[in-house]
Design a protein around this ligand. Structure first.
Ligand code: C2E
Ligand code: MG
Ligand code: MG
Length: 787
């Protein structure tokens, strides 16, 4: 039974309270608790009022105190109020103690309902006992009691009294005999309707208010939990100030971070930061990080992730502070609230990354990027200051790396960096551009200052480097260009210093060179050509021409010399003298040489077997031990016998150190090639070269041939050379034969072959082939017989 009543009550409560559907259980319970509190509060208020009215009426009808119905009514009313009061007091106490009184609340409602009935009975009894005057008062009393229900708060509670009192109202009318009289009946009914409507409306308003308050409470709790959780788990902390910017509500976490007592932290926020401020290490030009923060606070602006260096207990830390200004009524500033986090480790990583982005990890010097930026700044300063740019390159560093390993190489680079730093003023920019290249930017007043700096650098680096047990030496070459004298743009100044460096290296290393307009322009031109040359073979710009070589006795064409040409896209036809040395320096000579060899072999294959084709080899190519093998492959692929390809080497091969070139030559000769010594006589080692190696042919340089007609000394030399060739069993060939007379003279001297403009200028492969057409007819191209 009890359970049934409770169920009905709950159902009614839900319906009558208009607790909105779909709200969370937690929220519904919160509202119910508020309702209960309201009920109890209202009960405590209404009991004394009801008791006083009851006592007044009891006194007024004292003369009728013997009436049994009246006695029963008043007895019920007094005991009802007493019980209500007792119940309300008990439950309030229980509520304060935190017990859930909700389950017993239906008893309160029943008591109210019974009290309503008791009042109705009492009023009916009073009506019966009243005279004409009192009747009006008694008739109005139910309406009065109905109105008290209005202050009863929640609908269910109000209605628990309103319902019996409304019925009582009709009962009183009945007792007065006016129930069916239009005016009293209508008044009572309209009043009942009005109060019912007001109860429901009032209830709704209260409910909405309670709901809003409950929600607010719930949010506050959730936020509180989150914040607590935030403070407990994260490394961050909350901070808050009042309108005077004094820290308030110091959290435990904040006190922990500050390694201080919570109370001691209730000081000005900015004062605290200033007191613990640490220098940020950004140099004298760095902006004070607190200034930005102070400015934001002064302007009452929010700030985000403001990085502030602090010193806590002697330890340097980095904080990120975020804050938001708070404004109260009328836009009054009430303080700041925000979050702080210790970002020391993240900041340190960021700093490290920033350092890495600007510095060379091996030496700690600036890297190329930073150097370029510094150079751009120098150049951007215009002509106000003079700055010298030094481009430095270690001499023979490759040998250290190759000979002792990269660790030793790295150690040398580090020592070089240290010495450079110590040789220069602290404000000089010292950078490692990569490999063994360094660069320095130093302010100077006059050109000699730059020279003095270069000499100081050379001197410091001339001392041997101690790496473990090793004592190593490496020189350095320096190219200098001065801003603005030698250029007003970064690129120009850098290129000019680099050109000067190139010249310093060419001058024998271990020295410096200052940019020189004329010399370096020519050098630049050569370097531009060298740059283009890298692409030339792939672009098909390189081609080969052939100069016929004739037998000086018979006039027959006996051989051809392959001579390389470059059809430059903008410079036009270029002769070997203009680019072969560059190809040798730039490491492209092997590619070009192999291309010429392949072209010569292609031609030889289509020529009569007795015709040989000569190909020039650079001494650089002879450094490569794989050369004989590669030459063999090229010829084998074309099915050309090595004897068809003669190889020409200049005397400069003698300048090559070690025996490697001669070993390569020996293997080439063993492979079946004829070897010729080219330009014989111009080198000071002419005779030495003949002693070092056995050649098959000796080609007299054209400088001895061209003056043959006039110069007696040249004739004597030629005669001696031919005799030497004869003695050593080497065939002699002459270059630069320009006339029939020269050809005849050379033939008379015993020179076997000759080539020169008299016979033919170098011609294309197609022209060569035309001269041999038709191939079947064995008649060879022939210049008129000489002898
Ligand atoms: P070289 O091997 O002594 O070639 C002969 C040079 O003399 C050629 O110059 C040729 O055109 C020139 N010449 C021939 N007859 C006369 C003449 O009657 N009067 C004058 N004034 N000159 C004559 P070129 O083609 O300019 O070659 C110059 C040098 O370049 C060659 O001298 C050779 O040392 C080198 N060279 C040419 N092609 C190659 C190549 O494929 N590889 C290498 N490593 N060097 C090459
Ligand atoms: Mg030659
Ligand atoms: Mg020659």
């Amino acid at each position: 039974m009890e359970r049934l009543i409770r169920g009905v009550f709950r159902h009614l409560q839900r319906r009558m309270l208009f607790v909105p559907e779909g709200i969370s259980r937690d929220l519904a319970e919160r509202i119910e608790v508020t309702q209960v509190d309201d009920w109890l509060r209202t009960t405590m208020g209404t009991v004394p009022v009801g008791m006083i009215i009851a006592l007044v009426l009891y006194a007024a009808y004292w003369t009728h105190r013997g009436d049994p119905l009246l006695q029963a009514g008043f007895a019920a009313v007094f005991s009802g109020y007493a019980t209500l009061f007792w119940l309300a007091c008990r439950w309030r106490r229980q509520r304060r103690e935190g017990s859930n009184v909700f389950g017993s609340m239906h008893r309160l409602l029943i008591m109210r309902f019974l009290l309503g009935i008791a009042w109705s009975v009492t009023l009916v009894a009073l009506m019966r006992l009243s005279g004409t005057v009192e009747r009006a008062m008694v008739a109005s009393l139910p309406s009065g009691f109905m109105s008290t229900a209005l202050f009863g708060g929640p609908a269910l509670y109000a209605l628990s009294f309103w319902v019996p009192m409304t019925i009582g109202g009709y009962a009183v009318l009945y007792a007065s005999g006016t129930l069916f009289t239009a005016a009293p009946l209508a008044c009572l009914s309209f009043y009942a309707l009005l109060t019912f409507g007001v109860i429901l409306t009032f209830d709704r308003k209260v409910l909405e208010r309670n709901l809003a308050m409950a929600r607010l409470e719930q949010h506050a709790e959730t936020i509180g939990i989150l914040l607590r959780d935030f403070e407990e788990s994260a490394s961050d902390w909350l901070w808050e100030t009042d309108g005077a910017l004094v820290l308030r509500h110091i959290s435990e976490r904040f006190a922990e971070v500050m390694r201080s007592d919570m109370r001691a932290l209730e000081i000005g926020f900015l004062d605290l930061l200033r007191a613990h401020q640490a220098p940020d290490g950004g140099g004298p030009t760095a902006i004070d990080p607190l200034c930005a923060l102070e400015e934001a606070i002064e302007r009452r602006r929010p700030f985000r992730e403001q990085i502030v260096p602090v010193c806590i207990g002697g330890e340097r830390r980095w904080w990120a502070l975020t804050g938001k200004p708070l404004f109260g009524e009328g836009g009054r500033f009430t303080g700041y609230r925000g979050v702080g986090s210790d970002v020391t480790s993240a900041y340190a990583t960021r700093q490290q990354l920033a350092h890495l982005a600007r510095h060379d990890p091996l030496t700690g010097l600036f890297n190329r990027n930073e150097f370029s930026a510094a150079l751009a700044t120098c150049v951007g300063n215009g002509t106000r200051n003079r700055t010298a740019l030094f481009c430095l390159d270690l001499d023979e560093f490759k040998a250290i790396n190759d000979g002792h390993g990269h660790d030793v190489g790295d150690a040398v680079l580090r020592i070089v960096a240290q010495r450079l730093r110590s040789a220069l003023r602290p404000e000089a920019v010292v950078a490692r551009l990569g490999g063994d290249e360094f660069a320095v930017l130093a302010d100077i007043e006059r050109e000699p200052d730059a020279v003095a700096i270069a000499e100081r650098i050379l001197e410091t680096l001339a001392r041997p480097f101690a790496v473990g047990e090793l004592r190593l030496r490496t020189g350095i070459s320096i190219g200098i260009a001065i801003v603005p004298d030698h250029g007003r743009e970064s690129e120009t100044i850098y290129r000019n210093a680099d050109l000067a460096l190139y010249r310093a290296k060419a001058a024998g290393r271990g020295t410096w060179r200052l940019y020189d307009g004329q010399e370096d322009t020519a050098l630049l031109d050569r370097r531009l050509i060298a740059g283009d040359l890298r692409q030339a073979v792939q672009n098909g710009e390189i081609f080969v021409v052939y100069q016929p070589v004739h037998d000086l006795r018979t006039g027959d064409l006996v051989a051809l010399e392959a001579l390389v040409r470059w059809c430059h896209p903008t410079r036009g036809l270029m002769m070997p003298a203009a680019f072969v040395p560059l190809a040798e320096q730039g490491g492209m000579i092997d590619t070009i040489g192999m291309f010429v060899l392949a072209s010569a072999a292609d031609l030889a294959r289509n020529l009569p077997p007795q015709i040989t084709v000569a190909v020039n080899l650079s001494p650089i190519q002879l450094r490569d031990e794989s050369l004989p093998e590669r030459v063999r492959e090229i010829l084998a692929r074309r099915d050309v016998a090595p004897a068809r390809i003669e190889l020409e080497i200049t005397e400069s091969v003698m300048l090559e150190s070690g025996g490697k070139p001669f070993e390569v030559l020996r293997r080439l000769r063993a492979g079946g090639h004829q070897l010729a010594i080219d330009d014989f006589g111009v080198g000071y080692s002419s005779l030495a070269v003949l002693r070092s190696f056995t050649f098959d042919r000796l080609k007299i340089d054209r400088s001895f041939v061209c003056h043959l007609d006039e110069s007696g000394s040249d004739l004597a030399i030629l005669r001696a050379v031919v005799a030497l060739g004869g003695a050593l069993g080497i065939s002699v060939s002459a270059e630069g034969v320009a006339s029939a007379a020269q050809a005849r003279r050379l033939a008379e001297l015993g020179c076997a072959w000759g080539q020169g403009y008299y016979f033919s200028e170098p011609i294309s492969a197609e022209q060569v082939m035309q001269r041999f057409t038709p191939r079947a007819g064995a008649t060879l191209p022939h210049v008129e017989p000489i002898a």
